[in-house]
Design a protein around this ligand. Structure first.
Ligand SMILES: [Zn+2]
Length: 197
């Protein structure tokens, strides 16, 4: 699973912002791309604690507003959204573990450079992502593709579910399958579903 093992090769940026400004941003070395327009769109979404996705054709975005901060990741389309969500969840956890963000931001001389120390933490997360045990790989059969596909699910999604099995829609190649995942991360059925939106 090259994408999973080398997720850093497929990432465009990771951004942590509040309403006013970027507090922290990581980009691959030698990337000079800017994502201000995307981040402005993301900030317009007032909903907290729910992951949102945007598919931009050449790039996909996953983002979440949490504790008044907005976490966004941009990645190559090959990366499944569940991997990006798992990454952002871990990034937000580590950011808050390292910093008392509200207190730091209340300093009179506050400057986003105060979060620069997070860069090394984030690089380590990216490098070790596959060893952090944040996601499970599940093999599902798609009767349209006539192939066994690898579906990634966040462990947190299953562990924090209200009931089982947990449904997840896997959109791929212009169609979608609905998979039901049990507590033990086994799939309990796969159906072809219609899509709109
Ligand atoms: Zn298929």
């Amino acid at each position: 699973m090259p994408v999973y093992r080398n997720i850093g090769d497929f990432l465009e940026f990771i951004n942590i912002s509040n309403e006013e400004a970027t507090l922290f941003e990581w980009k691959p070395q030698k990337s000079f791309k800017r994502f201000d327009l995307d981040l402005n769109v993301v900030k317009e979404n007032p909903v907290s604690d729910i992951f949102f996705h945007r598919d931009k054709g050449n790039m996909k975005l996953a983002y979440i507003r949490r504790n008044n901060l907005i976490y966004t990741v941009g990645a190559d389309n090959k990366v499944q959204f569940q991997l990006l969500e798992a990454l952002l969840e871990h990034v937000s956890f580590k950011f808050h573990e390292m910093y008392d963000v509200e207190i730091i931001m209340s300093y009179e001389d506050f400057n986003p450079a105060m979060f620069n120390g997070f860069k090394q933490v984030l690089v380590n997360i990216i490098i070790n992502f596959a060893n952090l045990d944040l996601v499970k790989r599940i093999q599902v059969e798609c009767r349209v593709c006539k192939k066994v596909l690898t579906l990634f699910v966040k462990k947190s999604m299953i562990e924090n579910a209200d009931s089982y099995p947990v449904p997840i829609v896997y959109v791929h190649e212009g169609h979608a399958i609905l998979c039901f995942i049990d507590q033990n991360f086994h799939h309990r059925g796969v159906e072809l579903v219609n899509i709109t939106g």
